[in-house]
Each structure stands twice: as structure tokens, then as C-alpha cells.
Design a protein around this ligand. Structure first.
Ligand code: BGC
Length: 391
């Protein structure tokens, strides 16, 4: 911990009251309504016609028989979901399915209405990446009643028996990978303690809880032995989760931590669960005058294009690469399974108990990326081109 000779410490209690936790109060970015598929951005990997097999219905397998798939996505405010939606649409259309892709801009009621409309319009299957995984129970029951199977995409759908399969990444593994990265690269030593603050995901997203569990499995011993010091004292999930994964709240929390607890020494590690949070922390740190000299380790998740650029420039230390092309591929096999009677690939039948059933799942493997391996994993893997990263 490097000591700083800076102004007076605000009282801990005062700062604690300024921090915005899970309970809300955060500002939402006004995102455009999206009732059509988003235009594939230049950044969106592999969603273009070149990469995807021909989407021409004439070439599609006859078995799909013009069936329609409703794909409900949470928001276009972060790049990963734009890529997810584009990949799902391209891959399903390539197989001859009609696709109704909708984004609800993190508005829970809007997502419920979109799914109701999909059911009314006669979709044959639903793929849902939920905003609030508990809030869809009624509309999921409606789908079941109408004989429409549901696949949970990336986020588990809770408390429903209407879901057939779940395609996701190893969500606890994401947390473990972030924790291990910190363990291996931050020089954790009780004789030379490092300061750390936590920025965890949305409490209505099961993934956020699993990530936290994985992260703390690795880091708790270092908090216990004093190698890691969290000066705000906010280490529990409840104290560090951020509703709807809001970047603004992450920035606000980081600003408040810096003002309240790091006036006389530097913050060494921002343990964040999402690239959006890493951007928020970066803005807060720049605002507080941090430079290359004392820039902290900042973790993230999704390996978004901007995050990868920030990794290259040193403003973010690492991210978790999740190949959304692969996730879409696994999810499409599940759609085919429920619609055509094919066998989907499943690799987990234990971890994802949603409160009603254990959902058969396929977990893709998350990979930690930083300056040392982004070229091999991300560029050679064709996720982003060197040109995109250089822009
Ligand atoms: C996803 C993450 C993503 C986060 C915020 C989670 O459910 O698993 O990949 O960063 O939502 O969008």
C-alpha cells in the first residue's frame, strides 16, 4: 500500500451512505428502443454473412419447416449482448428458422411484454437471456401452456419448470479465473498488503452470485491473512453488487471509495465483474488523478472491444473472454433438440438448480485475457481483427 499525503478523510459513515448498493438509485442510460435486430456493428464478431453459413431458406434443412424462434435479449447497452443477438440470429437463420430478436433495454416489464407478444405471434421456441431471472415466471408458464419450449441463454431462468435447457459459460469459473488472476499477478503478501475494492454484478442475475462465490473462494484467504485490505469494508455480495450491472453506479461507487477511503494511500486493485464496471472505475480513477505511476490492477468480464483496447493501452489489466459465437452455437443445438428431436450436447446436470428443477446445461469455458495472450486468444481466434483493435 503506497501512502499518499492528501486531504482529510471523510467520515466512513458519511461515505457509506453515499455509496449506491444493489437497492437501486442508479441512473439508467437511455438506450434506444429496439424492436428490430440491431444492425451488426463493425465490432460485432462473426455475425456477418461471410462467417455465418448461407442464410438462404432454400438451402436450409427442410426439417426446420419455417419454424419461428423468439430470441429475447436484455439490453443493447453493452456490446456483448449485441454480439450474442447477432450471432444467434445469423446461426438460426442459416438453419432456415425465422427469428424474432428483441432487446428490452434492461426494462423488466418490456421484456415480459416482448415475450408475451412472441407467444401470441406463434413462435415455436423461445430463447431467453433474462433481465431479472425471477420476473418471468408467469410468462414462462404461459409459454409452457402454449406448448412452446424455452432455452435459457447465458443467465439461468429461476423458479420455473418451463425451461428445457441452459446454454452458458461456467459462471463460477469466471469468478475463480478473476480471483486466480489477482492471486497470481498482484503479489499477494501479508508483509506488503495490497488494497482492493469489489464491484459485483446484479443481484437479480444468478451469474453474479456464482461469480462472487468463485472469486471469494480464491480471495477470502488473502482478506483473512491481511495480504488484501478492503478499506471500505465492503466485501459481501450484498454490499458490492450493482443492480442491472450499471456502469454509472460502478463509477459512482469507485469515486466514493476513492474519496472516502483512499485519500492517504492508493487503491491497488479494482476487482470488477464486468467490463462496463472497469470503464466506470477507469473514469473515477482518472478523475481522482491516478496516472501510469499508480494505476491499479483492474479486472473485467466479456473482453469487449473497448476493454481489449484498454488492456492493450494498460488502462484495464485483464478481462474474461467469452466467445459468444460458441455460446450461440451451443444454444442453437438446444433449439434444434427441442424442435427437431436432436440430441443437444450437455456437460452439466448438477450445478444449475433453479429452485424448481435442475436444468440440463452446457457450460462453455471462460478464458482470462491480458496483454500477454490477447493476440493469441482474441486476434488469432478471429474474435476481433488487429485493425479493429488499432482503431
Ligand atoms: C453475463 C456477463 C455480463 C453481465 C452484464 C452476465 O449475466 O454472464 O457476461 O458481463 O451479465 O451484462
Amino acid at each position: 500500500m503506497k501512502k499518499k499525503v492528501l486531504g482529510t478523510l471523510l467520515s466512513v459513515a458519511m461515505v457509506a451512505s453515499m455509496l449506491v448498493g444493489c437497492g437501486g438509485g442508479e441512473t439508467q442510460t437511455a438506450a434506444p428502443a429496439a424492436d428490430a435486430a440491431p444492425a451488426a456493428t463493425e465490432e460485432a464478431p462473426a455475425a456477418d454473412a461471410e462467417e455465418a453459413p448461407a442464410a438462404d431458406a432454400a438451402e436450409a434443412p427442410a426439417a426446420t419447416g419455417g419454424k419461428k424462434v423468439g430470441v429475447a435479449m436484455p439490453t443493447q447497452s453493452s456490446e456483448r449482448w449485441i454480439n450474442d443477438g447477432a450471432n444467434m440470429k445469423a446461426q438460426l437463420e442459416a438453419l432456415g428458422y425465422e427469428v424474432d430478436l428483441q432487446y428490452a433495454e434492461d426494462d423488466v416489464q418490456a421484456q415480459v411484454s416482448q415475450i408475451e407478444n412472441m407467444i401470441a405471434s406463434g413462435v415455436n421456441c423461445l430463447v431467453i437471456a433474462s433481465i431479472d431471472s425471477d420476473a418471468l415466471v408467469n410468462v414462462e408458464a404461459q409459454a409452457k401452456e402454449a406448448g412452446i419450449p424455452i432455452i435459457a441463454y447465458d443467465r439461468l431462468l429461476m423458479n420455473t419448470d418451463a425451461v428445457s435447457y441452459y446454454a452458458t459459460f461456467d459462471n463460477k469459473g469466471v469468478g475463480t479465473a478473476i480471483g486466480k488472476y489477482i492471486e497470481e499477478n498482484a503479489g499477494l503478501d501479508p508483509a506488503d498488503p495490497k488494497t482492493i475494492e469489489f464491484f459485483m454484478g446484479s443481484p437479480d442475475d444468478n451469474n453474479a452470485h456464482m461469480l462472487y462465490a468463485g472469486l471469494m473462494e480464491v480471495l477470502q484467504p488473502y482478506l483473512d491473512n491481511g495480504a488484501l485490505v478492503c478499506k471500505s469494508g465492503r466485501t459481501s455480495f450484498d454490499d458490492t453488487c450493482i443492480l442491472r450491472w450499471s456502469q454509472e453506479t460502478a463509477q459512482q461507487n469507485c469515486e466514493n471509495y476513492l474519496t472516502g477511503f483512499y485519500a492517504d494511500e492508493d487503491l491497488d486493485i479494482c476487482a470488477t465483474a464486468f467490463d462496463g464496471f472497469a470503464y466506470g472505475c477507469k473514469a473515477a480513477l482518472e478523475g481522482a488523478g491516478y496516472t501510469d505511476e499508480n494505476w491499479p490492477m483492474i479486472t473485467g468480464q466479456d473482453a469487449e472491444l473497448m476493454a481489449t483496447k484498454n488492456i492493450i493501452s494498460g488502462k484495464q489489466t485483464m478481462s474474461i473472454y467469452k466467445d459468444t459465437r460458441l455460446l450461440a452455437e451451443k444454444c442453437v443445438t438446444m433449439v434444434q433438440a427441442v424442435l427437431e428431436g436432436a440430441e443437444p450436447e450437455i456437460n452439466d446436470t448438477e450445478q444449475y438448480d433453479n429452485g424448481k428443477i435442475v436444468v440440463p446445461s452446457y457450460l462453455c469455458t471462460p478464458v482470462a485475457v491480458d496483454q500477454s495472450n490477447y493476440e493469441k486468444i482474441i486476434v488469432e481466434g478471429g474474435y476481433y481483427t488487429a485493425e479493429q483493435l488499432a482503431e
